[in-house]
Design a protein around this ligand. Structure first.
Ligand code: FAD
Length: 363
């Protein structure tokens, strides 16, 4: 439906989370469209951190990010790899800082907000409500504490992206540690498995890590966060609408990273709008990446105990810049070859064979 007076195309954004508000905040770049966000006030959700590597399409997020690290580590029981970068620091932003910033920009850009989707709502609906996830699908699930230690104990120059020195009995498990200062850090217990663990599992993992690895017993918990991120390719929530964000395939199946890919997806929507009246939404991941991720997830599901070895070997083969590009979906063939070369061959061949046979379609 076209708005007769101004001849603008109406677009409804269903949901008011990351994808929807990120797009609404850029309505000024889409002058031929009128946006309405359907928000049953859910944008006011619990705060948490979004981590991403600083890439050219993330400059707005970088401006209000909380901290960046030019060094990061991957650690197993017997090895540690330190990556350094100048070009692509790992950055952290608070969800509510980003969402508020987007919300204000959307209002300035005359985006309308409504509680419910009504019949007179438009033409094109971009649906950001989460898709339905099949039972027994692979998940990334985590609990994090933001803590304040009593003394200066942390090395705040280096983020720890994965520390596998924790209980591996329920699937691939690592601690994600973002030191915001020498005293303040986010400590997250993260599992990749089809089943969530009991809350005590994550809590114990965090406490044990702080005690035994960080030698920190005295601290205050400032905030808690938790999440479940589905890993795979899913049917859209409603086949009649175009999906965006997690409902539009933006979550990278092999890592659960989504924030950066959502911004990439929105960039593509804006660029393609110059050519068509209807906004074109596509996956920010290539078919090749999705195919490789499928095999990778199958390996993690079947052989979780080799996960620490897989990640440390991959990190050893790549430089910091290559690692950042790989996890941001910017790997060239040289990076891909290094990654493939670093992987243990037998589990990957077995997993590929199973996928080709089609006997187990699960992610
Ligand atoms: C705690 C947590 C930490 C994360 N950390 C990272 C990270 O570090 N890096 C990263 O890249 N990714 C991270 N992610 C993953 C990803 O970035 C987020 O899930 C992201 O919010 C997905 O954006 P989205 O717009 O697709 O979905 P959401 O932001 O979840 O937005 C969906 C919206 O739809 C609304 N909605 C649902 N049902 C209805 C309905 N019936 N009617 C109207 N609205 C509805 C929801 O309330 C919500 O507002 C994290 C996720 C969580 C939960």
């Amino acid at each position: 439906m076209s708005n007769n007076v101004l001849d603008k195309t109406d677009v409804t954004l269903l949901g008011a989370g990351c994808a929807s508000l990120s797009l609404a905040s850029r309505a000024n770049e889409l002058e031929d469209y009128d946006f309405t966000v359907i928000d049953p006030e859910t944008h006011l959700a619990q705060d948490h951190i979004w981590g991403f590597w600083q890439m050219p399409w993330l400059s707005a997020a970088v401006l209000i990010s909380r901290k960046k690290w030019y060094n990061w580590k991957i650690i197993t029981t017997d090895k540690a790899v330190l990556h350094t970068t100048e070009a692509f620091p790992y950055s952290a932003i608070n969800r509510n800082d980003w969402i508020s910033d987007c919300f204000e920009k959307a209002i300035d850009n005359n985006v309308k907000f409504k509680r419910e989707l009504t019949k007179e709502c438009s033409s094109q609906v971009l649906d950001s409500r989460p898709p339905k996830i099949p039972k027994d699908n692979m998940l990334q699930h985590f609990v994090g504490y933001e803590i304040q230690a009593e003394k200066d104990v942390f090395d705040d120059t280096t983020a720890i992206l994965m520390d596998f020195r924790c209980d591996q009995s329920l699937g691939m498990h690592f601690i994600y540690f973002l030191p915001f200062s020498k005293r303040q850090a986010l400590v997250e217990s993260t599992l990749f498995s089809p089943k969530k663990a009991v809350p005590e599992f994550y809590d114990n993992a965090i406490k044990t890590y702080l005690d035994k690895i960080m030698f920190t017993k005295s601290y205050k918990i400032l905030r808690k966060e938790k999440g479940v991120i589905p890993l795979g390719i899913f049917e859209k929530r409603n086949p009649l609408y175009d999906g965006i964000g997690g409902n539009g395939g933006a979550i990278r199946p092999s890592s659960g990273y989504a924030f950066s890919f959502i911004q990439k997806q929105i960039d593509k929507i804006i660029k393609s709008s110059k050519k068509t009246k209807k906004l074109m939404v596509s996956s920010p991941h290539s078919k090749f990446e999705l195919c490789m991720d499928r095999i990778f997830i199958k390996v993690l599901r079947k052989y979780p105990l080799i996960a620490p070895d897989i990640f440390i070997k991959m990190a050893e083969k790549l430089t910091g810049d290559e690692f950042a590009k790989f996890l941001s979906g910017e790997a060239n063939y040289k990076i891909w070859l290094k990654v493939i070369y670093s992987m243990p061959k037998t589990p990957f061949i077995k997993a590929s064979h199973e996928i080709l046979k089609g006997t187990d379609p699960k992610w």
